[in-house]
Design a protein around this ligand. Structure first.
Ligand SMILES: NC(=O)c1ccc[n+]([C@@H]2O[C@H](COP(=O)([O-])OP(=O)(O)OC[C@H]3O[C@@H](n4cnc5c(N)ncnc54)[C@H](O)[C@@H]3O)[C@@H](O)[C@H]2O)c1
Length: 304
């Protein structure tokens, strides 16, 4: 065991499988006491069960670590609160929360039902809020502050057949930045991770992932972000991609180009002015539509 997280208490959602499991195991191996949350659902969010959370707790304990399972649904306020309450009751504090839990319900936007939209946004976006909300209320008052980590995706740039997932992942970035701003004065940092790693979820992606790694690569970055080393560097409000050997930082949103007019805008003046002066910022994903359509067709996934 290392000691990157010695003395810390960390809660991880979606920790029964895939990336969340690797994060929970790595955090425990680095000395953290861990709350292992997983609702134990299928990739679409059905058939809940407590086995996967309990089995990761057993793995941690067998390796000499300390962990406790919470099999609640993090898309509920009670679920988010229970994770934090369990950390306090069992381990006395909460230093880090890592919101990894997620589901997929893929459909073209024009065919997407409310049943496909709501649970995806609730699991990813509200499921990050419920845990951040409960944890930050404790972290702002405790000595040493804390660390909040959300999970986004490169897909926040847009997606052909996962508008629900993409919108939730974009929302998570704005939530993380808001947490970074609102909790700065309390010594609480907030960052987002956009992983690319081999799991049951990435096996489902309708395009070839040219840069991909293992859940353990993602776990190493998360452990660093949870550590004092990252806190000393004052890393907050950032979005990092980790894909196998690559780590990348995403740009902060900013205005690219501006133009001004004397007097009031009219549609006519804008039509004359905007294309040549303010212009557009070409969307990189648009250039990849054909490649994505071919990959979707090869995997028999929705694309039209
Ligand atoms: N794998 C990738 O390449 C990739 C790429 C981009 C983003 N992500 C994101 O990383 C995260 C982890 O993905 P993964 O590939 O490990 O997926 P996964 O399907 O292997 O694991 C997700 C886990 O979340 C749990 N979960 C789902 N709904 C829950 C709920 N309401 N409450 C508690 N637990 C719940 C599931 O039971 C499951 O064990 C997700 O947020 C995903 O969107 C993954």
């Amino acid at each position: 065991m290392g000691n990157f997280l010695a003395g810390k208490v960390v809660a991880v959602t979606g920790a029964g499988r895939g990336i969340g499991r690797a994060v929970a195991l790595a955090a425990a191996a680095e000395g953290a006491r861990v709350v292992v949350n997983d609702y134990g659902v299928s990739i679409e969010g059905g058939e809940p069960g407590s086995e996967v959370a309990e089995s990761v707790v057993k793995e941690i304990v067998a390796a000499g670590g300390e962990a406790v399972a919470v099999a609640d649904d993090i898309s509920t306020m009670a679920g988010g609160q229970r994770i934090v309450d369990t950390a306090l009751a069992r381990f006395g504090r909460i230093d880090g929360v890592v919101c990894v839990a997620g589901i997929l319900r893929e459909r073209m936007l024009f065919n997407m039902s409310e049943e496909e939209w709501d649970p995806v946004v609730a699991t990813h976006l509200k499921g990050t809020f419920t845990v951040f909300r409960a944890a930050s209320a404790v972290m702002r008052k405790q000595e040493g502050g804390g660390t909040l980590i959300g999970f986004t995706s490169g897909n926040h740039q847009g997606s052909v057949a996962q508008a629900n997932y993409s919108a939730a992942k974009g929302g998570i970035i704005s939530l993380v930045r808001s947490a970074a701003l609102g909790l700065h004065k309390y010594g609480v940092t907030a960052n987002a991770v956009a992983p690319v790693a081999r799991t049951r979820m990435s096996a489902n992606v309708p395009m070839e992932l040219k840069e991909i790694g293992e859940p353990e690569d993602v776990a190493a970055l998360v452990v660093y972000l949870l550590s004092e080393r990252a806190r000393q560097e004052k890393i907050t409000g950032q979005v990092y991609t980790v894909a196998g050997p690559k780590i990348a930082v995403w740009a902060q949103p900013r205005e690219l180009r501006a133009g001004y007019v004397e007097g009031a805008w009219t549609p006519e003046r804008i039509a004359d002015f905007l294309p040549g002066t303010v212009g557009t910022d070409p969307m990189p994903m648009l250039a990849r539509l054909e490649e994505m359509a071919a990959a979707a067709a090869a995997k028999a996934r929705p694309n039209a």
